[in-house]
Design a protein around this ligand. Structure first.
Ligand code: FES
Length: 152
């Protein structure tokens, strides 16, 4: 049986009725067609599905959409301001912070949270914070460089 859910995604309010076992990840991708958020493992191991919920990073595959009543979700689609990329997106481009790109949305959402939470003071701290985001291409050094540039 579906249950009602109200939340805001990238500044847009949604009022839906949803199967209670739908993950936030599937809700974003399948109900809202926001496919920038990726499904890698679907069990909390890879970080490809990382989004922000009221500014906190969350693995969206691990939580049910209905747990987010009244919350504000931000996905990779919500970072740019019109035609202007978010500074972290610019920095990933500049430092080649990706190869195949599949993990990139999750990496960028974590990278933004890393700086916001004050966990970007050293390379070690950045690597620790980012350790839940797996990149099979091995772009880690370039990702760290991008984060360090944005942190300044
Ligand atoms: Fe959520 Fe891998 S898809 S952590």
């Amino acid at each position: 049986e579906k249950i009602p859910l109200k939340l805001e995604v990238n500044g847009v309010k949604h009022k839906v009725s949803i199967e209670p076992r739908t993950t936030l990840l599937d809700f974003l991708r399948e109900n809202l067609n926001l496919t920038g958020t990726k499904k890698g493992c679907d069990y909390g191991q890879c970080g490809a599905c990382t989004v922000h919920v009221d500014g906190q990073r969350v693995n969206s595959c691990l939580s049910f959409a209905v747990m987010h009543e009244g919350k504000k979700i931000t996905t990779i689609e919500g970072l740019a301001q019109g035609d202007k990329l978010h500074p972290m997106q610019e920095a990933f481009v500049k430092h080649d912070g990706f190869q195949c790109g599949y993990c990139t949305p999750g990496q960028i959402m974590s990278a933004v949270a890393c700086i916001r939470e004050g966990k970007a003071d050293s390379e070690g701290e950045i690597r620790e914070y980012m350790s839940g985001n797996i990149c099979r291409c091995g772009a880690y050094s370039n990702i760290v460089a991008a984060i360090q540039e944005v942190k300044g």
